[in-house]
Design a protein around this ligand. Structure first.
Ligand code: ADP
Ligand code: DP6
Ligand code: CO
Length: 357
């Protein structure tokens, strides 16, 4: 009798916000970066993608694989999504070849249903949580004995930043040097418990979809920016080194300086792209000034800003400085144009780190 069963598995994946940013591909096909990067994984209790993968021989074959993203059909024909399907199917097919009693899931159409509980394509790492969840949901469905490191290798091909969302805590994506990309994957630099006081304040200036996607923006930067060369040869290697030392020593002032400098450097290369790309706006810049004011008022560094490819701010601080940071920040931003009351309501305070592996 034909197998008409529907096989199903679900997973969630966290957002990660880089403190040393990935920006640039040396191989767009394999999605290999021009530089290593380092991020902090945020708690899934606040921001997460929830993805369910299912497959069945009863799904009409001509429909092929599909993805419903936030309730809307989403294109899966792109080379990077296809690469994830291909890699995962090949691993499942190898299991099925070794054990003929296993159901032939690798031959069935896949349906994915995914939801982000935060703005999509707005510079809050939706592609990171999204592709990490995408890959892990299918790996769970296929019962693959894959480690987070191996899954990070696959997720990287969906979206670079996604390779870091397979780990909790403090995570590095090593750029690697192998032409086939087999050493370009993420690893955990330190678990969240190493420095558990770290918090992130997320300020949503705009939940709108960005005008220039990360994929397209970084390719324009690689092609046209002179400053970018300096960033990948000198600035980032130094920042990676300083950041790993700051995390090892739990030195917040050093962590904060590298975080802010690296964000500034990344946005400078965007401004040096021709024609220039502007992800930050006046509201973003007001948040930078507010962080400076918070630090000046405290007489030491208690807060660090960083901006991904979008206008929204992520402010890192330590739990013991919550009053100085969150209190002062809300007070300052409440009086600034642009951060309207409703955007402050959308702000999420005290997002802790995620331990999940
Ligand atoms: P962001 O700054 O949010 O990461 P990007 O430009 O890097 O923005 O990527 C946004 C794209 O990532 C979306 O247009 C979509 O194609 C993909 N994406 C976002 N969330 C998911 C998800 N949950 N599952 C699959 N793909 C997703
Ligand atoms: C600014 O990982 O979204 O957030 O690999 O093309 O999908 P693709 O790009 P993506 O780029 C992230 C850029 C960044 C910095 C970072 O997360 O390291
Ligand atoms: Co992204």
């Amino acid at each position: 009798m034909a197998d008409t069963k529907v096989y199903r598995a679900s997973t969630t994946a966290p957002v990660n916000i880089a403190v040393v940013k990935y920006w640039g591909k040396r191989d767009p096909k394999l999605n290999l970066p021009t530089n290593s990067s380092l991020s902090v994984t945020l708690s899934q209790a606040d921001l997460r993608t929830l993805t369910t993968a299912s497959c069945s021989a009863a799904y009409p074959a001509p429909e092929g694989d599909s993805l419903l993203l936030n309730g809307e059909p989403s294109d899966v024909s792109g080379a990077r999504t296809q690469a994830c399907f291909r890699e995962l199917r090949a691993r499942r097919a190898a299991l099925e070849a070794a054990d003929p009693s296993l159901p032939k899931l690798s031959t069935m159409p896949l349906r994915l249903v995914s939801e982000n509980n935060f703005p999509t394509a707005a510079g809050l790492a939706s592609s990171a949580a999204g592709f990490a969840a995408f890959v892990r949901a299918i790996a769970n469905l296929y019962e693959l004995p894959a480690s987070p490191s191996e899954l990070s290798l696959i997720a990287r091909q969906g979206s670079g930043s996604a390779c870091r969302s397979l780990f909790g805590g403090y995570v590095a994506w090593r750029m690697g040097s192998a032409p086939d990309g087999s050493d370009s994957r993420a690893d955990q630099v330190a678990p969240a418990s190493h420095w558990p006081e770290m918090r992130a304040l997320i300020l949503v200036a705009s939940a709108a979809k960005k005008g220039v996607s990360s994929t397209s923006g970084m390719q324009q930067t690689v092609a046209t920016s002179g400053l970018f060369r300096e960033r990948i040869t000198t600035v980032v290697p130094e920042n990676m080194d300083k950041m790993e030392k700051a995390i090892a020593a739990r030195d917040f002032a050093a962590f904060a300086e590298v975080t802010m400098r690296d964000s500034n450097s990344f946005h400078a290369t965007c401004a040096d792209t021709y024609p220039p790309i502007f992800y930050m706006n006046d509201v973003s810049r007001a948040a930078i000034r507010a962080v400076e004011a918070v630090n000046a008022a405290a007489g030491r560094t208690v807060a660090a800003y960083t901006f991904d490819a979008g206008p929204n701010a992520v402010i890192y601080y330590l739990e013991q400085d919550t009053a100085a940071v969150v209190g002062t920040f809300y007070h300052l931003l409440g009086g600034l144009d642009g951060w309207k009351a409703d955007s402050l309501k959308g702000a999420q305070s005290a997002v802790a780190l995620d331990e999940a592996v």
